[in-house]
Design a protein around this ligand. Sequence first.
Ligand SMILES: Nc1ncnc2c1ncn2[C@@H]1O[C@H](COP(=O)(O)OP(=O)(O)O)[C@@H](O)[C@H]1O
Ligand SMILES: [Mg+2]
Length: 270
Amino acid sequence: MIKVDNVTVGYGTTAFVKAVDRVNLTINDNEILGIAGESGSGKSTLMRAIYGDFSTGLRIASGTITGRFARNGTGAVTEAESHDFGQLWWDQISYIPQGSMSVLNPLMKVEKQVVDGLPKRERQGNRAELRRRIATFLEGFGLEESVLDAFPHQLSGGMRQRVLVAIAAFVNPRLILADEPTTALDVVVQKKILLMMVEIQRRQRNSLVLVSHDLGVHYQITDRLVVMYQGKIVEAGPTAGIFANPQHEYTQTLIASLPRIDGTRAEARR
Ligand SMILES: Nc1ncnc2c1ncn2[C@@H]1O[C@H](COP(=O)(O)OP(=O)(O)O)[C@@H](O)[C@H]1O
Ligand SMILES: [Mg+2]
């Protein structure tokens, strides 16, 4: 659905600092794709480049990112190109940036922030009706309507993150990019969020790209895994295969350093 073709990304205009180096990547329809790699390996930069978030001074130096989006229900296929980012692109992709849990405005109720974050097409129409639709959607994931009336500090970190993930899915995007969505949360909450993301993907049959430096997370829910190291993709393939038989020395070291892999893969995944 999305094709990243020989893409080099970096920051700065006068002195260009490379962060992603000649990366090739395909995001297929209806899959959970994991991006692994240590801190600083370029995972977040790659996500920003795919979404088209240039607010950080990011620059795509070379290569192309193209998307082929089939709108739900209609079956119509449209193409959007990275160098001509249009509304179509953003309409079809939901992006949960790293650390987004902490960027909620403490002075504003969750409902307003949620509504403000929705694409324009969702915000037109009746506000009470929109709130009802959001509440129903949240309830589908075990979240009570009252979270909408809360201020962010009244919710736990895990609850805030579950709301953010639910809202990303509410617009029924073809692709969800989630950058470290479970980092800094305890294992029990982490697992809830991972299972929620699997559930969303199953219901909506869209694609999810899950970025995490934590290989245990990938083991639990991803279908395919890409391992980055110093801005390059050093290994890619079905997750189970990579865990069973890592090819690259860096991946071997990562897997060997895991304390123990808990046996939840089969439970969480299909
Ligand atoms: N806004 C930025 N400006 C300049 N350099 C950045 C910026 N964000 C990230 N970098 C650099 O790009 C490289 C990759 O970072 P990042 O994509 O955040 O990696 P990861 O998400 O894997 O931790 C790092 O060397 C980092 O210092
Ligand atoms: Mg990152």
